[in-house]
Design a protein around this ligand. Structure first.
Ligand code: AGP
Length: 611
């Protein structure tokens, strides 16, 4: 999704904007640009392609003097990726420049009205409407900017985080948001706006989270805030605790690899604060034991990999706490008029906390008066702020588009929640809890062991760099693991891949198997070994090559599978945390082998802030 940055201060703006944009590259983009006031006028440089192109075009920003500016990385929605559609966009007089993340849903209607009033459009974007609309109201309000901005705010529908500069007010950067993320950073060297914290971390840890329909006005030494009526409001800044190195590659070739290697720490950080005196305590849940016992049904709602952790959670929560669980894709949940009853709990899972569909699902549940719990990674994100309760996954900033460490942290959060609910409901004995805790505490070291086996997996991956199709099969939790393994592979290596519940093969899927097709079979659930083994035999007899991921005591499988990757012994409910590691590595090495852009795969965005 698009990324926006802005700076006003004593330093040259362009290098700061370029640096900030580089920290937002993970969001996915196809073009980039900057608008900078040079003391006389606003200049814009923009181009399709990577940030490198913009850096070259501006000689690392040196050809753009000025200490006030805004910048943008564009992920095309309206209008193809092209120089003319890249942001910033100007009004006709080139006195107002705008950058935008989001979608102006009523842009066609507004565009037609503006054309009727004599405005000319250069681009095919929805954003250009905002530049002209600002121009229109600026003239109508005799240059009252706050009035202008609130009027525009009331006219546009959809989602936006906007950064704006006016040539007639060059001592200010203006910013506002609705449903797209926006933060303001305060530093001694000047003030900044950005779509996400990593873009400002180099300069400050003092950050304001802008709420829906709030306006921020930044000058060199001050930051003011206004509500949608244009009235001044007070806001408190938050201190970001992240280590700046967490948002850098730190010697690894890719962020994805670095983040895979951070998984042992992530698991520890998510686990440790919730274990007290041999029991699980999730204080932030703020639910009394009575409230927990009264939960009728849990609805888990999320997108992508977060959804996959929800599928795993269903098996565990139902298995341990015997609470019925429904798992929904947020984009489906929000429009299917879900039946939610008193006593239900809606759990929204999201790394970014900004995914548009997940946020909408949260709002739908809240509108129906249902208690909501956000399992979120980004502190202070929209879902974290709007959910009734928040349980943070302590994964730190995740930059690679393909999630790994946040996924692992989400799994841990689900385990903790399931054991905690089971504990409160008396469904597990103290001894069982203590055994599970022992297994949980062992996971970080076990992940380290699996990561150390990377060369073995790289060798297998190298053989499948040219694969056309890869299938993942499994039953129960193994099916959920396969879903994530398959998504990892296809999103970063562009190899077509699907995950199937192994028992479904005979109902159509097996016709896809050809001589040499790779089938990855996940076989970690003892009670399902035999069943999945039969499916392995079935695909092999139709020519498939089988890569099995199984428990270390299941050596029998070597007689049937072509390649075997063993995972260490753990509780049957926790196998996902281990089995996913080789699948992440496999996807990573296929992607590297194909020469793909591992961290920023084509067409994808890290946080999907439009529906
Ligand atoms: C997976 O690797 C993806 N990047 C994607 O599926 C992601 O999990 C999904 O978009 C949800 O994002 P969120 O956790 O930030 O809500």
């Amino acid at each position: 999704m698009c990324g926006i940055v802005g700076y006003i201060g004593r330093k040259q703006a362009a290098p700061i904007l370029l640096d900030g944009l580089s920290k937002l590259e993970y969001r996915g983009y196809d073009s980039a640009g900057m608008a900078i006031y040079d003391g006389t006028q606003i200049n814009i440089e923009k181009s399709t392609g990577r940030l490198k192109v913009l850096s070259e075009l501006t000689h690392d920003g040196s050809t753009m003097p000025g200490t006030v500016g805004i910048g943008h990385t564009r992920w095309a929605t309206h209008g193809e990726p092209s120089d003319k559609n890249a942001h910033p966009h100007f009004n006709e007089a080139r006195s107002i420049a705008v950058v935008h993340n989001g979608i102006i849903e009523n842009y066609m209607k507004l565009k037609n009205k503006l054309i009727n009033r004599g405005y000319h459009f250069i681009s095919d974007t929805d954003t250009e409407v905002v530049a002209h609309l600002l121009d229109y109201y600026y003239k109508k309000t005799d240059g009252n900017i706050i009035d202008t901005i609130t009027k525009v705010m009331h006219r546009v529908e959809g989602s936006y985080a906007l950064g704006i500069i006016f040539a007639e007010h060059p001592d200010k950067v203006y910013a506002l948001r609705k449903d797209s993320p926006l933060i303001v950073g305060r530093s001694d060297e000047g003030n900044l706006i950005a779509s996400d914290v990593p873009a400002v971390l180099k300069y400050t840890r003092d950050v304001y989270f802008i709420e829906n329909e709030e306006i921020a006005v930044l000058s060199e030494d001050a930051i003011e805030f206004f509500n949608s009526d244009g009235e001044p409001i007070e806001k408190e800044s938050k201190t970001i605790e992240w280590d700046i190195n967490a948002a850098e590659k730190g010697g690894y070739e890719h962020f994805m690899l670095k983040e895979m290697y951070e998984q042992p720490k992530t698991v520890r950080d998510t686990l440790t604060p919730r274990i007290k005196d041999g029991k699980i305590v999730i204080e932030e849940l703020g639910m009394s034991e009575e409230e927990i016992r009264a939960i009728n049904r849990i609805h888990i709602v999320a997108c992508g990999s977060a959804y996959h952790t929800g599928v795993t959670a269903k098996y565990i929560m139902e298995g341990l706490a015997r609470i019925p669980v429904e798992v929904d894709l947020a984009s489906e949940f929000r429009y299917r008029n879900p039946i939610l009853n008193k006593g239900d709990l809606v759990v929204i899972i999201s790394q970014s906390g900004e995914t548009a569909d997940s946020l909408a699902a949260l709002r739908e549940a809240k509108a129906q008066g249902i208690t909501t719990l956000g399992i979120v990674n980004v502190v202070g994100s929209s879902i974290a702020r709007e959910a009734d309760r928040v349980m943070y996954t302590w994964a730190g900033p995740e930059i690679a588009v393909a999630t790994t460490k946040a996924y692992s942290a989400q799994l841990i959060a689900h385990y903790l929640l399931a054991i905690y609910f089971a504990q409160v409901k008396g469904m597990v004995t103290d001894e069982e809890v203590s055994e599970m805790l022992t297994d949980l505490k062992a996971i970080p070291a076990q992940i380290e062991m699996l990561l150390a086996n990377k060369e073995h997996i790289q060798k297998i991956a190298n053989r499948y760099v040219g694969a056309k199709d890869v299938f993942f099969i499994g039953r129960g939790i193994d099916y959920a693991i396969g879903m994530e393994g398959s998504l990892k592979l296809k999103e970063i290596s562009y190899v077509h891949s699907e995950a199937y519940a192994a028992g479904e093969l005979k109902h159509g899927t097996i016709s896809l198997i050809e001589e040499g097709t790779l089938v990855t079979a996940i076989v970690t659930q003892k009670e399902l070994y035999k069943k999945t083994m039969s499916n392995i035999v079935e695909v092999r007899s139709r020519g498939a090559v089988v890569l099995a991921v199984t428990n270390e005591d299941n050596t029998e499988i070597e007689k049937t599978a072509d390649y075997v990757i063993y995972i260490p012994q753990t509780n049957k409910y926790f196998t996902n945390s281990l089995a996913i590691i080789p699948l992440q590595l496999f996807a990573y090495y296929v992607s590297v082998g194909k020469g793909c852009d591992v961290d920023k795969p084509r067409n994808l965005a890290k946080s999907v802030t439009v529906e």
